[in-house]
Design a binder for this molecule. Structure first.
Ligand SMILES: Cc1cc2nc3c(=O)[nH]c(=O)nc-3n(C[C@H](O)[C@H](O)[C@H](O)COP(=O)(O)OP(=O)(O)OC[C@H]3O[C@@H](n4cnc5c(N)ncnc54)[C@H](O)[C@@H]3O)c2cc1C
Length: 406
């Protein structure tokens, strides 16, 4: 009986386990996860933080699902070393475990800048359910919060903290919000809307220190300005968990290096999800994690060879009644690009398309959801749009018909 072992019980690890069970009903499938919970849905942590969702509602599968699938789930189980030649693992308990094929789905943790004061009580990151519970407790004894990082995660968390009646200031190092998803115009549009709803923003500012003696009292910016807050959240990006792989001599750069089959350079060891780096890219998103886990498990099981083709980066933000979608290379800025924008302040709507060599490569849609699937299809199809580029964002244009090839 072949033994599949998966390190990490997040979305990538759980998807792979489920797929392996389906592909190989007689195999032994084990998930080893160091958190004290089975797989829960991280994007719902905001609702848990805001107090609108119970902890039990975060779980993706009921706890008895694993046994029903004959998946040996071990929570509170950290893997501390891999011996690739022997095909064994060492657990934190000292126990050794043998595998035939191994998947590293170890995810990522939050990047914490090395500024003074980050270890003070009141300073938080948000990655795990335990992080969210700790933030909730802190929020209950705080009046003001400072969120460092104006990316998707930072803004969603700021929104959840607002729902808890905290005064929230978001500090972003880049001169505008959502630098990975929005251009300057779109970001200004979003910021104005969010300000009118009570959030405060300081952009183009670098955090120099967390202030306070025995607990955080705020932050100091490099220009000397101080922003008060009893709850400080660092939301400054992720760092893939690669130490386990590195210690075993598996190739690592930003993430664990994997080829299109999701196999690492080490025999019988695969990687998927936030921990994996493919063609220079760590995605840090749920959909790529699922797609990579499917390919990895398919190849682990020796089924028809699978290849991960990459995922079109697509991000959505739904806050305070605003709907933002950013697709593909939405913020590309080379001179040769054709860019079209539509701003409708009355309808609170901002739209942008980016075309390179006649092909649509990116789009931003703020408060406009109908055309999202159509533009996604157009980007994926790499079809020539040069004849219609001026009409793509026009509400009278039959985009649906064009996409359908009519
Ligand atoms: C608050 C929040 C909101 C998010 N919202 C979105 C969203 O809206 N859309 C989106 O696409 N993405 C979102 N993300 C990102 C998304 O959650 C991740 O892309 C996804 O969880 C990656 O899954 P994964 O299985 O690769 O890693 P993870 O979910 O991080 O799981 C990896 C698991 O492995 C464990 N582990 C690590 N090392 C070991 C070890 N040595 N031994 C045992 N276990 C180990 C970790 O503790 C963790 O439990 C959000 C993330 C957060 C934190």
């Amino acid at each position: 009986m072949i033994r599949y072992v998966i390190v990490g019980g997040g979305v990538a690890g759980t998807t792979a386990a489920q797929n392996l069970r389906r592909l190989d009903p007689s195999a032994a499938v084990a998930i080893l996860g160091d958190e004290p919970y089975p797989y829960y849905y991280r994007p719902k942590l905001w609702e848990f933080l805001a107090g609108t969702l119970e902890q039990s509602a975060l779980l993706y599968r009921p706890p008895d699902w694993y046994a029903s699938q004959k998946i040996d789930l071990r929570i509170n189980t950290a893997v501390t070393a891999i011996q690739p030649k022997e095909h064994t693992l060492t657990l934190a308990s000292g126990e050794a475990l043998a595998y035939d094929r191994l998947l590293l789905a170890t995810g990522a943790c939050c990047f914490m800048p090395g500024v003074p004061g980050v270890h003070l009580p009141g300073v938080h990151v948000l990655r795990t359910l335990d992080d969210a519970a700790a933030m909730r407790a802190q929020a209950a004894r705080s009046r003001r919060a400072v969120v460092i990082g104006g990316g998707l995660l930072g803004l969603e968390t700021a929104n959840a903290l607002c729902a808890l009646n905290l005064e929230v200031t978001v500090v972003e190092i880049v001169p505008h919000l959502l630098p990975r998803q929005l251009d300057r115009e779109g970001a200004q549009f979003l910021q104005t809307r969010l300000e009118s709803m009570g959030l405060r923003f300081i952009t183009g500012a670098r955090t120099a220190a967390v202030t306070g003696e025995s607990a955080a009292t705020g932050i100091r910016l490099e220009d000397g300005r101080e922003v008060p807050g009893e709850l400080i959240l660092f939301s400054a990006g992720i760092v893939p968990n690669v130490d386990l792989a590195r210690g075993a001599g598996i190739g690592v750069n930003k993430g664990i290096l994997a080829g299109p089959s999701m196999q690492t350079g080490t025999e019988d060891i695969f990687a998927a999800g936030d921990a994996a780096e493919i063609e220079g890219r760590v995605y840090g998103l749920v959909i790529p994690a699922i797609e990579q886990a499917r390919v990895a498990s398919q190849n682990m099981a020796g089924a028809a060879p699978g290849v991960y083709p990459g995922t079109l980066p697509s991000a959505t933000l739904k806050l305070m009644g605003m709907d933002l979608t950013s697709l593909g290379e939405a913020t590309a800025e080379e001179a040769a690009l054709t860019i079209r924008r539509v701003v409708d302040a009355k309808a609170q709507c901002y739209k942008k398309v980016v075309v390179r060599d006649g092909v649509l490569i990116g789009a931003i849609l703020l408060n406009e959801t109908e055309t999202v699937p159509l533009l996604k299809q157009l980007i994926a199809s790499k079809r020539d749009v040069s004849q219609v580029v001026d009409r793509l964002l026009d509400v009278t244009f039959d985009l649906k018909g064009f996409v359908a090839g009519k």
